[in-house]
Design a protein around this ligand. Structure first.
Ligand SMILES: Cc1ncc(COP(=O)(O)O)c(C=O)c1O
Length: 147
């Protein structure tokens, strides 16, 4: 039988030092206040391993291992099939623009892209622009009562 224990909010809050500055941020995306442990891991990577991967030397292999480890963790988080399915990038906006740009050659006039009205602009604009190439772009209007 599963046991439950109360969420230790003091501990959780202590993991987000950016939120301990007297402000309440209602205007930022979910990823904008970074977990302390993630900041520390990124710092360590940038200081110790920020080199090109694919090299034969030790630091390059350590960088490749760190990337693989991060992809594997994200794979588990989103229930992906393989670490190679995980791509890290600067932002959702940049990644989706890149995805739409590379996918346009696989889309033919008449193919449809459907997003929802609830999607963020980062997942609307890149697909909307494919209409210039004959792709049909549709916005699914969610029904507030049923969806
Ligand atoms: C719900 C949601 N999705 C996506 C984005 C885009 O995120 P990014 O800043 O990584 O491009 C934002 C940014 O505010 C957002 O609030």
């Amino acid at each position: 039988m599963a046991t439950t224990s109360p969420l230790n909010l003091d501990f959780v809050r202590s993991q987000f030092p950016g939120l301990d500055r007297g402000w309440t941020f209602f205007d930022n995306a979910g990823g904008s206040q970074i977990l302390k442990g993630a900041v520390e891991r990124i710092n360590t990577f940038l200081i110790e391993k920020n080199v090109q991967i694919g090299g034969s030397y030790e630091v390059s292999q350590a960088a490749a291992n760190a990337l693989h480890e991060a992809r594997t963790a994200a794979m588990h988080l989103v229930n992906a099939g393989r670490p190679e399915e995980i791509i890290f990038g600067n932002s959702t906006t940049a990644l989706l623009q890149n995805l739409a740009r590379v996918m346009h050659s696989q889309l033919a006039p008449g193919d449809e892209i459907i997003v929802t009205i609830a999607d963020h602009e980062s997942n609307i604009g890149p697909w909307d622009r494919l209409q210039e190439r004959g792709v049909i772009f549709k916005v699914w209007p969610l029904n507030k009562e049923t969806d």
